[in-house]
Design a binder for this molecule. Structure first.
Ligand SMILES: O=c1ccn([C@@H]2O[C@H](COP(=O)(O)O)[C@@H](O)[C@H]2O)c(=O)[nH]1
Length: 294
């Protein structure tokens, strides 16, 4: 019995590590050539007692830096200051509306992966078209709002079946909202219940990536499976300014709860030494990951 429990835990950890590594058709070959990330390496040792899965995952694939800047110059200044410390950059509305696809191209030309956080929320036909346009832009991840409903998410998922499409992430309840703010929009469910409801709806609509806070990640993981990509903003290293975020966690807490990838903006971008903060977060991710494997 113990043998099976241990194997199950190994498989769960391995699946978790796999889900943290997001492959897009467009960037996969390039990344492999560059060795920019290590796919989880599975070495199967058949021993008399059990099958052991050993894997390596790269913490760099579990951190996306939010480039919330008003122009490409400031964004690239931060990117360049980080050198090769980080692999994933998130381009949100502020930067995309100012710099457009050229911003994505610049990041990709430097070998980085792009998470396009546009939080699409419109009628199904319009969102499907936006997914097709974002595919041409070259992002690896793209967000839509789960509150757009099942028909909208199904249309987005259909559009994202085209080769080279980004993997879709359904944003559940924004991490800047608490129960009172949610109630103000007419939703009387707790953030935890509403997140779970929307994640299940997204899953049924063909979406297998979700954005929620660390407070809900364990229940979303349980409901959506080990292959789901759970992306968590509202990350605040100990002592960092909370700002407008409400449902927050440290990197260690988020990984321990089952996050696949963390999104961190201001704690890195507003720091006196962004590279040092990013490295500390990557260390925290590596340590949290290691203690999960114990
Ligand atoms: O629920 C959500 C969804 C997206 N975000 C985005 O993540 C970053 C967080 O930035 P910080 O500076 O670390 O707060 C930002 O780009 C948001 O648009 C989120 O915070 N919550």
């Amino acid at each position: 019995m113990d043998r099976f429990r241990s194997l199950k835990a190994d498989l769960r950890d391995a699946a978790l590590a796999t889900s943290a590594n997001v492959y897009s058709n467009q960037t996969h070959a390039l990344n492999q050539r560059r060795g920019a990330y290590h796919h989880p390496t599975f070495l199967t040792h058949q021993t008399a007692r059990k099958v052991k899965l050993i894997y390596m995952s790269d913490p760099k694939n579990r951190l996306a830096v939010a480039l919330d800047y008003p122009d490409a110059y400031q964004a690239m200044k931060l990117v360049d200051s980080l050198g090769q410390t980080c692999q994933w950059f998130k381009v949100g509305m502020e930067l995309y509306y100012a710099a457009g696809n050229d911003m994505i191209r610049q990041l990709r030309d430097r070998g980085f992966d792009v998470f396009l956080d546009l939080k699409l929320h419109d009628i199904p036909n319009t969102v499907a078209g936006a997914v097709r346009s974002a595919t041409k832009a070259g992002a690896s991840l793209l967000t839509i709002h789960a509150s757009g409903g099942a028909a909208m998410m199904t249309a987005a998922a259909e559009a994202a079946k085209a080769p080279g499409s980004p993997r879709l992430l359904a944003v559940t309840v924004l991490t800047s909202m608490d129960a009172a703010q949610l109630a103000g929009t007419g939703i009387t469910a707790s953030p935890a219940d509403q997140v779970l409801r929307l994640a299940k709806l997204a899953r049924q609509s063909g979406i297998d990536g979700f954005v929620c806070s660390a407070e809900e990640v364990a229940s979303v993981r349980a409901a959506t499976g080990s292959d789901a990509l759970l992306v968590i903003p509202g990350i605040r290293p100990t002592g960092a300014d909370i700002g407008d975020q409400k449902r927050i966690a440290t990197p260690t807490q988020a990984i321990a709860q089952g996050a696949s990838m963390l999104v961190v903006g201001r704690p890195i971008t507003q720091a006196a030494d962004p590279g040092a903060v990013a490295e500390n977060i990557l260390d925290e991710i590596a340590q949290a990951e290691a203690s999960q494997r114990k």
